[in-house]
Design a protein around this ligand. Structure first.
Ligand code: SAM
Length: 446
């Protein structure tokens, strides 16, 4: 269940929030997990989204946010009846009122994966109308700690580094972050204060090379109105950050399937050490690309999937990636230098750019489309353009199961089917989960 579903569920019986429940303590029986790292409970006809709880538990929940209406938010501050999946939290900062970075530190790893599987299944059922059993696979046999290779630390009022509390700007100072990979979770930067910075980002590559990036707020320029004029009825100015590399090499390096990739220090790379390898293998298996085929790789980053697909289609085929970030496009140029039949083009993915890319690949459409969009998903226009390009398979790499389910619904309505769905625990201790969905047209099962 998400917030909108919570609002709907809370409509019966009528909401009872004449006065704020903020700070109130409620004994509740915890129901299902919801999308976003909290569980659903009910009290006096209202939905209560409870963090730090588990389905089946009875907890004392303290209300942390109440904006009126049919639901409020709470933290489980006392566990009256514990779930068998409850464990003691390995991170000292993960508790009610503490760091908001992780949602599931109080849950065993198998329990975390079961919760994520339930969320993916629920989103597919509610938003795509598909009933499907989901299994979330681990990416390694570790303890769920020490995996995160990029962290953007917040900076507190006195310059101390930390992470923000849940749904808050408050910075919880940290001396270490247990889910951070070596060099990141124990970053040298955590031993100092950084007054004047807005954020400090730390990332590590396969060689153990660490980069530190300082993000500073710049005075924001007021937004222009729709006619390009300043002033008048202005919308609020956007906070603007400038970024400066403080230390580390000019590029990060990662190896996948025997190829080395160069990535800009601020660029995107899969954050779990096993993710790039496992996702690439899953995409390749689903694609079953043949020599000579034409492939579109949307939201291509620095060319991770582009390169693997280029090897599969060989020099008789073509792979074209689209990517908005100029540094990633430049990295992709270097990463694909030995595969001149593959390229990543600088473009914002839209129906128009997908159509243009398809036309450039072949007058007959494309064979395979891979897309790996940001959390918001691809959306109706982009997805419709992808399906109209006539691929025999669409492979959708998704970091948000709700956005995936909405986009899958669009494909189902266009006569496609969800042929396979893999889900990976790429972000242990958090509620996040990565899915790879394989869509095929019902009229062509090749
Ligand atoms: C989740 S990453 C995936 C990158 C690549 N597939 C990988 O696994 O390394 C998404 C990428 O999409 C890019 N991006 C985000 N919005 C975009 C848009 N509207 N058009 C094109 N690229 C976009 C980001 O810069 C980022 O590189």
């Amino acid at each position: 269940m998400d917030e909108r579903a919570g609002q709907r569920a809370g409509r019966q019986p009528q909401p009872a929030a004449a006065e704020s429940w903020l700070g109130r303590r409620l004994e509740v029986r915890v129901e299902a997990i919801a999308h976003g790292g909290h569980c659903v409970a009910r009290s006096a006809g209202r939905v209560v989204f409870v963090r730090h709880a588990l389905p089946g538990e009875t907890v004392l929940a303290e209300v942390t946010e109440d904006r009126g209406g049919s639901f409020c938010r709470a933290d489980a501050v006392e566990i009256r009846t514990a779930s068998p999946d409850r464990v003691s939290r390995p991170c000292p900062y993960a508790h009610p009122g503490g760091c908001g970075g992780c949602d599931f530190q109080h849950v065993s790893l198998p329990g975390q994966r079961a919760l994520k599987a339930a969320v993916v299944a629920e989103q597919l059922s509610r938003l795509a109308g598909l009933e499907r059993a989901v299994t979330v696979q681990p990416l390694d046999d570790g303890d769920g700690l020490g995996w995160r290779r990029r962290v953007r630390f917040a900076v507190g009022p006195a310059g101390e580094l930390g992470l923000r509390a849940h749904r808050s700007h408050r910075v919880v100072p940290l001396s270490h972050c247990p889910i951070g990979a070596p060099g990141v979770g124990d970053a040298r930067a955590l031993q100092s204060d950084w007054p004047g910075l807005a954020e400090l980002e730390v990332a590590v590559d396969d060689r153990g090379e660490v980069v530190e990036l300082a993000h500073r707020s710049r005075p924001a320029r007021p937004r222009r109105d729709s006619r390009g004029r300043h002033g008048g009825n202005r919308r609020p100015a956007r906070p603007v950050l400038s970024t400066e590399q403080l230390s580390g090499p000019p590029a990060l390096r990662y190896a996948v399937a025997g190829r080395e990739f160069t990535v800009h220090p601020a660029g995107f790379w899969q954050t779990h050490p096993q993710a790039a390898e496992v996702f690439t293998a899953t995409v390749l298996r689903a694609a079953s690309a043949r020599p000579g085929e034409r492939v579109l790789d949307l939201y291509a980053g620095s060319g991770l999937f582009t390169a693997a697909l280029a090897s599969a289609v060989t020099s008789t085929g073509r792979v074209l990636g689209l990517e908005a970030e100029p540094t990633a496009v430049a990295d992709a140029g270097a990463n694909l230098a030995d595969q001149p039949w593959a390229a990543v083009r600088r473009a914002t993915v839209s129906a128009a750019t997908v159509q243009a890319a398809t036309g450039d690949l072949s007058a007959d459409g494309v064979d395979i489309v891979v897309l790996d969009p940001p959390r918001s998903g691809a959306g109706r226009e982009v997805l419709s353009a992808i399906l109209a390009a006539g691929p025999r398979v669409v492979i959708y790499v998704a970091c948000d199961p709700a956005a995936l389910a909405r986009d899958v619904r669009i494909a189902l309505d266009a006569g496609w089917q969800l042929d396979e769905l893999s889900a990976f625990d790429a972000f242990p201790m958090t509620h996040h989960v990565e899915c790879i969905a394989v869509l095929r047209p019902l009229w062509n099962r090749s």
